[in-house]
Each structure stands twice: as structure tokens, then as C-alpha cells.
Design a protein around this ligand. Structure first.
Ligand code: URA
Length: 256
């Protein structure tokens, strides 16, 4: 049998674990005592609740251009600029070192992140931790944020309206952190940061070959595959590994 750590690794990478049939101990349910049926209960006719149409929320980006870190965190927590505030459990501001040289940007919180209030804590997050570990980085060394601060229902892609409302927060985070390198995880982050609508493969190649900068700031953007995508696509894991090595090289060269 595989040890726990090995099994955990395979599970995280979404690789099926095969176990010989004779090693599986069948679980036999204990016999339940037979109960006499309860006396009939009078059933009240159901009154259907009247569902009121949802009041449309005005969508308006918030002005945060000149505020500091703590105020920005508060603005995010109370934001109602787009309809996502109605379905969130909590906002997900970001985590890590606000003075970090390396900023990592994902797409949007998923169910686990919405519950915990922290980015990348689900299965994709576990893989991300391993990717960082592979280049001697930990979450505390960098800052991790998302394009959206609220979870889109059913993990769908963010809409243009949601991005419009939420990206002022991210722009302010970037301005305050002043990172030296930004790593875009997946196409949603890469297209926003590079202001370019190309496919992920093209953005990745371009950002490896040329020094692409975020909004003419001179801050280098590297685009790589999103860990959630890597969990589904084994083929791209080799390319993600090449990206990690390039990130490591830049960190070493720049003494970050
Ligand atoms: N995917 C993302 O892009 N961000 C998270 O925080 C979690 C999953």
C-alpha cells in the first residue's frame, strides 16, 4: 500500500489511486431494528412563498486611488459594487507580505476561498503551495491576490462588469505593494495584466521571451498556467515547471 504522503500527493495531482480488490475491507452495515410505523400526521397544505424579483444592484467601480492598505481592506470588505456581493460569504482580499517583491495574481475565489476568506486554499491552492515550494518560496514570502475579490457562483468566469467593478482594488494593491515581478496565473489574470486578449499559450510564450510590463510601470509580468487547469491537464505540467524555473532564475538574478 502507498504511504499517506504519497497518496496525498497523487490525490492533489488528481491521479487515480488503484487498490487491489482483496485489500478493500467490505463495510457491512449493521442490521437495523425493525420499527413499527409512526401514527399518521396531518399534513398542512403548502403555501408557496412569493418570490420577489431581485432589486438590480447599481454597478459602479469604487474610487480607491489614494487610500492606504488598511482602508483598502475595509473598502473591499464592504463592497457592493457588483451583484456578487449578494452571494458571497465574505470577500477575499489577499494574503501574504504586503511589501513582497513577488505578487501572484489568480482569477477569483472559489467555494473554499469564499468560506475561509483566503485565496488559493482549495485543491488548486495545495498544488500552488507545492509549486512555490519547488522554487523555495512560501506563501508568506510573496503576496497572493485575485482579479475578483468575491466568488462568482458555480466558479464561472468573471464577467466584464465584475472585472470593471473589482479591478480598482487590485490596481491599488499593486500600487501599494510595488512588486518587482507579477506572476499571472491563468488567462483571466494574464489578459488583464497584459491588456491583451490572446490565448493563454501565446501570452505565456510572449511573457517568457520578452520583458512584458504591467501598465507601462516596468514591473515584469510572467504568465503561466493556472493550477486548477494543471490539475486537469497533465500535459501542461512540464511547461509550468519550465515557468517555475524561469521565475526562480529571475528571483536569483534580481536578488529578490
Ligand atoms: N482560483 C483562483 O484563481 N483563485 C483562488 O483564490 C482560488 C482558486
Amino acid at each position: 500500500m502507498l504511504d499517506d504522503l504519497h497518496q496525498d500527493y497523487l490525490r492533489t495531482m488528481d491521479i487515480d489511486i488503484w487498490v487491489r480488490r482483496e485489500l478493500i475491507v467490505e463495510h457491512v452495515a449493521p442490521e437495523m431494528p425493525v420499527r413499527s410505523s409512526p401514527p399518521p400526521v396531518a399534513v398542512k397544505p403548502q403555501v408557496k412563498p412569493v418570490i420577489q424579483p431581485a432589486t438590480p444592484t447599481p454597478t459602479k467601480p469604487v474610487q480607491v486611488d489614494h487610500i492606504g492598505w488598511d482602508e483598502l481592506r475595509q473598502e473591499v470588505a464592504k463592497c457592493t459594487a457588483c451583484p456578487l456581493h449578494q452571494s458571497r460569504t465574505q470577500t477575499v482580499f489577499g494574503v501574504g507580505n504586503p511589501n513582497a517583491d513577488i505578487l501572484l495574481i489568480g482569477e477569483a475565489p472559489g467555494a473554499d476561498e469564499d468560506r475561509k476568506g483566503e485565496p488559493f486554499v482549495g485543491r488548486a491552492g495545495q498544488l500552488l503551495n507545492k509549486m512555490l515550494y519547488a522554487i523555495q518560496l512560501q506563501r508568506e514570502d510573496i503576496f497572493i491576490a485575485n482579479i475578483l475579490k468575491c466568488r462568482p457562483p458555480d466558479n464561472r468566469n468573471p464577467t466584464a462588469e465584475e472585472k470593471l467593478c473589482c479591478t480598482p482594488f487590485l490596481k491599488r494593491q499593486i500600487a501599494l505593494i510595488q512588486p518587482k515581478v507579477i506572476i499571472a496565473l491563468g488567462r483571466v489574470a494574464a489578459t488583464f495584466l497584459l491588456d491583451n486578449d490572446k490565448a493563454m499559450g501565446a501570452l505565456r510564450n510572449q511573457s517568457r521571451k520578452q520583458t512584458l510590463s504591467y501598465a507601462d510601470t516596468g514591473v515584469r509580468v510572467l504568465a503561466t498556467y493556472h493550477p486548477a487547469y494543471l490539475l486537469r491537464s497533465n500535459l501542461q505540467k512540464r511547461k509550468a515547471w519550465e515557468d517555475l524555473q524561469l521565475i526562480k532564475q529571475i528571483i536569483t538574478e534580481q536578488g529578490l
